[in-house]
Design a protein around this ligand. Structure first.
Ligand code: TYD
Length: 205
């Protein structure tokens, strides 16, 4: 486990994977701090707007995600862990690896390097990957009432690379990553998430 009394749990997955709902619910059940990226601090609202809706270059995008994360770790995540709290975060370094490296094509090693710099090496204790195939993403996106971001406008290819990227990341680090089939009913996903958290971290949910 990490160096803090509390645990740091991250939910990852492609868009429309349902991770936000489950992350919020788990945090509430556990009495953990719930937070998210991008934009997990009030001050970071501007980063979020720039990242989601403006036409910045891909390189700038990668750096803005890292900057947003640096601020988020400094202001929210690390203070909560230092205060003995558990933290549940919706997206973290895995998102930058999946979207900016597998998706955009930047070197994995480069994204890792400045992710480590941004977070001063703070890694999650456990990453839950809610995986859905591209077809499920596309179908859910059509039904979704969420606004369109620059990522939704990306071609099918991009989304497929991100989803494959996540599976690759998870298979390279089985100690930390657990893959959960996000196409199951929400109840079954919830049960599986709870089971994993109980088994891996002893959380009683
Ligand atoms: P958001 O509306 O929060 O989507 P979701 O509810 O699916 O998490 O938008 C986050 C978008 O930003 C999402 O498309 C993934 C992208 N993203 C990156 O590309 N890199 C990152 O490091 C992070 C944190 C998010």
């Amino acid at each position: 486990m990490g160096r803090y009394e509390g645990s740091f749990v991250v939910f990852e997955g492609g868009d429309e994977s349902g991770k936000t709902t489950h992350a919020r619910w788990i945090a509430e059940q556990r009495g953990a701090v719930f937070t998210f990226e991008p934009g997990g601090t009030a001050e970071n609202e501007e980063y979020r707007k720039a990242l989601m809706h403006s036409e910045v270059s891909h390189r700038t995008e990668a750096l803005l995600f890292a900057a947003d994360r640096a601020e988020h770790v400094h202001k929210v995540i690390r203070p909560a862990l230092e205060g003995g709290r558990d933290v549940v975060c919706d997206r973290y370094i895995g998102s930058s690896l999946a979207y900016q490296s597998y998706g955009r094509g930047f070197e994995l090693a480069d994204i890792w390097k400045f992710s480590k710099f941004a977070t001063e090496g703070l890694l999650p204790d456990l990453v839950l990957l809610l995986h859905i195939p591209y077809e499920a993403y596309a179908a859910r996106r059509q039904q979704s009432l969420k606004g369109i971001t620059r990522f939704d406008r990306e071609a099918e290819d991009f989304h497929r690379r991100v989803l494959e990227g996540y599976l690759d990341l998870a298979s390279r680090d089985r100690e930390k990553w657990v893959i959960i089939d996000g196409t199951q009913t929400p109840e079954n996903v919830r049960l599986e998430v709870c089971e994993v958290l109980t088994k891996r971290l002893g959380w009683e949910l």
